[in-house]
Design a binder for this molecule. Sequence first.
Ligand SMILES: [Zn+2]
Length: 442
Amino acid sequence: MFYISLWLSKVYLFLTKNKMNDKAGSLALKLDKNFYKHINKPGIVIAVTGTNGKTTTCNFLVDLLEKNGYKVTSNREGANFLPGIAKALMKGVNLFNKPKVDVAIIEFDELGSKKVLPLIKPTYVAVTNLFSDTMKRNAHTDYVFSKIEEGLPKDTVLFLNADDLISSQLGKDNPKIYFGIDKLKTDSKVNHSLVQDIRVCPKCYTPLEFDYFHYHHLGKARCPKCGFTNPTPKYNLTDIDYKKRTITINKEQYLLVNDGLFNIYNELLAIAILKEIGVKNINESLKTLEVVKTRYNKIKVKNIEIISQMAKGQNPIAVSRALDYTKNLEGKKEVIIILDDVYDQKALDRSEVMSWIYDSDFEVLKDDNIKKVIIGGFRAYDYKVRILMAGVDEKKIFVSPLEVDTYKYLDFKNIDKIIIIHDIYLNKKTNEIISKIKDVLE
Ligand SMILES: [Zn+2]
């Protein structure tokens, strides 16, 4: 049955021109219940999970490996459950089930660990971080932690974030490689974010003492009672030079791909994995690496920079990072926010939980360099209340129930940048807004 499932799913993939769906994988699994057992995997399987950054890390890994001559299969289209992963593995073998790639890069959902990992038996599992996420699905970081833990095969090597005292505790008996970012000039002794997912020692419950925070709970802390502290990173990023656009990891310089600290973590993790599997010319391949344009895009029209950033809605950390990044950009700015949670609207059996916006750091919009905040979409008034409560001057806030019309509220005068923060499902509308802005400016 296996070969029939392999061949038919390959035919299906061919006929549907490899469109962005996981139906070919569903078909394979339907035809052979033991498809995962039968399919041959490449020599290296790298599985990536975590609250934020898993898709970007996977994209970085695929691009960098391919630029270095490796043959790679992946589920980078974003389907990170069993059918999407089956499709990726199916694409990695020929008609005779012989692997035709060197590496598989597999993104998997944190809650899918128990189902996915025993089936794909990864060489490495990388966890970017663990934060509060969509409340309905992910409940609490302890819950997600336990879900990842129960799927980890004992001999798999883990890549863990040393600055994250939650996810770095995964895999008690697994071999582990840590990556981390040293104290930075931009760090602070106090946490400026609303969400801090770990405050007390997980061993003895004494309040932790933090030396510094990068953001949220990422940073360095120790327990004054039992000495619990961050693990020592093997891949230690010690310097970020935004002007020269370099980062220093273990005294070696690498090109900086994107200046958001959350993306620097993704780059650091990708470099750590590449070093571990012996890739030589990492810097050469970094020259042409970028964050995919649907997630981050920057263009300049008549001296005004237009930056669009994707932020996963219902995820207070992703939205806080996008807001913080916006605040830290140089110059005077107008900001458009379109975060509709449209996905939930479509499914009638789901109700939207808007409480997460009270966990997101909208307070940074008070910054004097942010001249206007324009909110679009049918949830715009919810955001307006939240932003008013953050202390932003009402004169700065504008509401447009239609996302695409947000551009009409832009002043364009005396500003250097327009920033659009948008949800995963709003790429098309974001592009429409950008083209309207271009029309006005040109
Ligand atoms: Zn302790």
